[in-house]
Design a protein around this ligand. Sequence first.
Ligand SMILES: C[S@@+](CC[C@H](N)C(=O)[O-])C[C@H]1O[C@@H](n2cnc3c(N)ncnc32)[C@H](O)[C@@H]1O
Length: 245
Amino acid sequence: MTLLAPVPGETVLELAAGPGDTGFLAAAVLGSAGLLLSSDVAPEMVDAARRRADELGVENVEFRVEDASAIDLPDDAVDGVICRFGIMLVPDPERALSEIARVLRPQGRAVLAVWASSDANDWMTAAGRSAVELGFIEPPDPRAPGPFRLADPDELRQLVIGAGFRVETLEDVGVLWRVPSLDQWWATTRDLSQMLTTLVERLATEDVKALRDGAERRLAKYVAADESLEVPGLARALLAVRAPS
Ligand SMILES: C[S@@+](CC[C@H](N)C(=O)[O-])C[C@H]1O[C@@H](n2cnc3c(N)ncnc32)[C@H](O)[C@@H]1O
C-alpha cells in the first residue's frame, strides 16, 4: 500500500483480490469520494471479499468477477491497480500486464507482488519438494502458471516495461510465516494448495505420512523449543507507472 500511495478520490482496481484485504487498506485512504474495484476471476472469492467488506464496514467498494487477462473496463478507467500474488497465476502474464496498462490512465500506478525464488520460500515448497522426491508428482514446469513463475526479477522487469510501463521500484520484501505447530503448517498448506489437496486425496495413508515426514524434515530447522514455527520467506514488490500514450 505504501508503494501505491493511494490518494483520496482516486479509483483503484484490485485484481486477483482473493478475500480482498489488500484493496480494503487502499479503500480506507480513497475515502467516500474514491472507489475500490475489488475483483477476482473466481466468483467464490468475490463473494468472500464481499462478506469481508461487510465485516470491516468498507463501503466505497464495488465487487466484480474479472479475469486479469481480459479486464471488462474501458481504457484509462482507473488511477491505480493492485495485484498481490496473482499475476504469476495467469496463463499469459504478458497479456494481463497489457490489460493493466490499458485500463490505467496515463501516469497511473500499478503495484504487483510476486514470490521470489522457490529456494527462499521453504514454507510453500516443503511439501512439493517432498512429493517430487518420493516420485508422487513430476517436478513443476517453471514456465507454467504458479507461485514462482515470475520469480526472476529481470524477466518481471522486462515484461512490465514491454507492456508500456516505467518501473519505479522493484524490491525484495521479507515475510515471516508463524504457526504454533507443524500440524498447523500442514493444515494451512493443505488448505492453500490445490496440488496438495488433490495429492492427499489420491495417496494411500502410508504415502501421505511419508510425504508429510519428508516435508517436516525440511522445516525442522525452523521449529522452536515450544514446537512453534517461524519460517522466513521472500516476496518481491514492484511499482510501475504507465508511460504516457
Ligand atoms: C494466492 S491468491 C492471492 C489473493 C490475494 N491477492 C492475497 O494476496 O491474499 C491468488 C488469487 O488469484 C486469483 N486468480 C487466479 N487466476 C486469475 C486470473 N486469471 N484473473 C484474476 N484472478 C485470478 C485466484 O482466484 C486467487 O484468488
